[in-house]
Each structure stands twice: as C-alpha cells, then as structure tokens.
Design a protein around this ligand. Structure first.
Ligand SMILES: [Zn+2]
Length: 440
C-alpha cells in the first residue's frame, strides 16, 4: 500500500513537471455562432455574432466578420437560430407535481410519500426545467419537504444530477390557521406545508433557522384562504401581522437576503407592503395606491398568471366563482402594474402546474396582458437576475456573465410561443441539449 502511494506521488510530480513546461492549462474554449442575439438587456436584436466562452464564462461578444476563431476551439453553429440568455423562472416548486386530485392531491404528498420519493421526483422537475431552457429557478418552498431543496441544490452544484441553478427558500412561513394540511379532526396532529409561527419572536426564530440551514430566500404566506365577499369581491384571509413580518424582513436583510411574500389581495397584501417585503407573489388584486407603494419601495411583482387560468372548480360552485374572479382581477391588476412600470419578474408556480406542461406558457399570457414580447423575455432574463441580485452575471449575454445560453429556431419576438421549443441549452459553459445545429 505504501509503495503505491509513493508511485502515485512520482507520477503526480512528473505530470506537474509537464504542466510547468507548457504553462497553465487553459479552460476549454467554445465559440458560438449566433444568427440572431437577444442579449437580455438591450431592446434591439443583433445579427451574425460570435460568442466566446472560456470555461463557464462569456468572455467576448463580437461581430462574426471581425472575430478570429482560435485553433483548438469547439465551434457551435447556431447561425440559423436566435440565441438568448438562459431563462429564469422566479417562482417554482420542484417538490410539487401538480397536486392532481385523482392522484391524491396535495395532502398525499405530506401524509404518504417518503421524503426520498419526493426528492427523487424533484430531480425530475429540475431536469425538466433545464431541458426547457430554464437555467435558473427561484424555488419558492418545498411544501412539507423540509430542507430537501438545499439537498437538491447541492446535488446539482456537485454535478451529480443535471439541473438549473437553484435559489431555494426551504420551509416557508405562515401562521396558525394559515396553511394546509387542513380539515382533519382537531385531535390529530397533521404535518403542515410550512413552518408555523405566532408572534414576532417565533417569526424571527423561524427566519434564523431557515437561513442557517441554507435558505437563499425567505418565503412568507401573507394571505391564505380566499372567497367571494358579500358584494362579490375577492376576499383573502390575512395571516401574519406587520409586527410578525417585520422581524423576518429585518433578520433576512441582515443576512443580505430577501423576502418573498405570497399575497393575493386586501389586508394581507397591504401588510406585506407595509412590512417591507421584497417581492409580491401572485398579487391578484392590486389597488392603485398599492401599485404606487410598490414603485416607491422598489417591490417586485411575480404574478404567476398561468396557474390561475386553468383547473377551475365548476362554474356553479362558490369555489368555481371564486376561481373565475381571481383570474379576472389578476388580469386587471397585471395590466395596471405593467402600465405603471412596476418591476416584474417572470414566474409560473410550476409544481402547482404539472411539470409535464411547458414552463414558457407564461410568456404569451404576459404578452396578452400588456407586455411586449421583449419585455416578457427580459422579465425572465435580466429583470429576474436583478431580483436575484445577480445583475450582469445571469440573464444577460455579455462579457463576464455565466455561460448560460439557450437558442430557438425562428424569431420569438414575432411569436413568443416559440420559447416553448428551446432547442439548445448551455449551462455553466456545458452543452446540455443541442437539437439546433445543422447536421454536417
Ligand atoms: Zn407558489
């Protein structure tokens, strides 16, 4: 055994000697020919470019005519395609699978599935996102799967499984009466999909525990049930008080991180804004005053439109009427927010939507409700990167940014639905999918 160690040392020393003679080993060089380029920031499209990728970083973006292709570089020909930054979905749940009622809905996830089963399925969700060109996700809590998202993130970062860059929020926070599981006999203790707190001390402690165990974001549910009020208006049950939210925001900001607030409407949404939330999730009913407050405070809106468009209860039931009202109000609020210039990041609530469906279905919804295709694309690239405090590193094709790139055949500004068919995916300088290069 000892002799083998010595032998290995001799071999290592010899290898090091060779390296010394030829200089430092350079990171692999990849050249990408881009027919059209949407860089994530600029409002104009550039044509016929050459992108230089060294290791996992973009080092140069140059006109094809002026670029020189160094010998030994790997060349990827996307000259017939539109190249964009890797897409970002700022609201997903990799630990949910659509909560299909025929498969037991939400409750079965927490009551019957071993955590390893849920984690195994979460790896499939992550891979599905990457296949569709979503190279970054802000995952908005594990729904009872504890710190499972931290583990999935470790597995992706360690190269054990394929997946997007994950910004995780672990357990999330709500109050007593503020989250499922619900409807069981009061004598039975059932698990909850979030960490339940009551009072400012418990609130701060929960944030501390989640941050300690790896949360990149803290997710707070500021509203819970919703129904139609006596005048047919959408009413949402508020959860945390401002006094409970403030210590969470204070603690999280102290760690240099941010707070996302699930908020539908009314008092709970108002408390989210007054408590200093960094992003409003869903925001079904936004009053003019609330929109003005969001602009003043720089609050982001992550609207997740698509998830409210389908899966409605029958029209003649109270739930069915509520579901239709949610969608109708959401549409009005989103249009107003776009017009007023609220900062908007692309988010879908995938997981609430089965992962078998296209993530990019959100783009045409956003365009339908007042965004230009370019604005919608930027909401899933540079704008979402800004939300994640990764400006210049993610969501942009420029020197110094990570080499997260996707490409589609055709012009997504003409038909934003083309983003449902991403044919090329590179993450961190490594090609994950390439169906677009012309066959030689
Ligand atoms: Zn969600």
């Amino acid at each position: 055994m000892k002799r083998r160690v010595i032998m290995l040392w001799v071999l290592f020393a010899a290898a090091a000697g060779v390296a010394q003679e030829t200089g430092p080993v350079l990171k692999p060089l990849t050249i990408i020919r881009a027919g059209s380029l949407i860089d994530g920031v600029s409002n104009s499209v550039r044509r016929n470019l050459v992108l230089t990728v060294r290791g996992n970083v973009i080092t140069e973006v140059a006109d094809a005519g002026s670029a020189n292709i160094p010998a030994g570089a790997t060349v990827i020909d996307l000259s017939q395609a539109t190249v964009l930054p890797g897409l970002i979905d700022a609201h997903t749940h990799i630990f949910l699978q659509g909560e299909v009622p025929s498969e037991g809905g939400y409750d079965i996830q927490l009551l019957k599935y071993p955590l390893a089963f849920r984690a195994a399925r979460a790896t499939v969700s992550a891979r599905r996102a990457l296949e569709q060109g979503f190279t970054t996700l802000r995952d908005m809590e594990t729904e009872g799967a504890g710190y499972g998202d931290v583990g999935i993130k470790m597995a992706i970062e360690g190269g054990h499984i394929p997946g997007p860059r994950l910004f995780v929020s672990t357990r999330a926070i709500s109050t007593t009466g503020g989250y499922p599981l619900e409807g069981y006999a009061p004598e039975i203790e059932v698990p909850k999909g979030v960490q339940i707190i009551d009072g400012p001390v418990e609130a701060r402690k929960a944030a501390r525990a989640q941050l300690e165990h790896g949360a990149d974001w803290i997710k707070v549910y500021m509203t819970h049930r919703s129904w139609l009020g006596k005048n047919g208006e959408l009413v949402s049950q508020p959860t945390l008080t401002v006094e409970e939210l403030r210590p969470i925001v204070d603690e999280t900001h102290g760690w240099g991180k941010k707070v996302a607030c699930h908020a539908y409407s009314g008092e709970g949404l108002q408390r989210a804004l007054d408590g200093g939330c960094d992003s409003i999730e869903h925001g079904l009913v936004l009053t003019d005053a609330q929109i003005a407050q969001m602009i003043r405070q720089g609050t982001w809106l992550c609207a997740t439109l698509s998830v409210y468009y389908g899966d409605w209860a029958p029209a003649d039931t109270p739930e069915g009427q509520r579901d239709r009202k949610r969608e109708a109000e959401h549409e009005v609020s989103f249009r107003k927010a776009v017009k007023a210039g609220v900062k908007i990041a692309f988010g879908t609530d995938m997981g609430g939507i089965p992962w078998t469906q296209p993530i990019a279905q959100e783009f045409p919804r956003m365009v339908e409700l007042g965004m230009t295709p370019m604005q919608a694309i930027q909401s899933a690239t540079s704008r979402a990167a800004e939300l994640l405090d990764r400006k210049g590193k993610l969501g942009v094709i420029a020197p110094g940014a990570y080499a997260d790139l996707v490409a589609v055949a055709g012009d997504p500004l003409e038909n934003v639905k083309l983003l449902e068919n991403v044919g090329f995916v590179m993450k961190d300088g490594k090609v994950f999918k390439n169906d677009l290069e012309p066959k030689r």
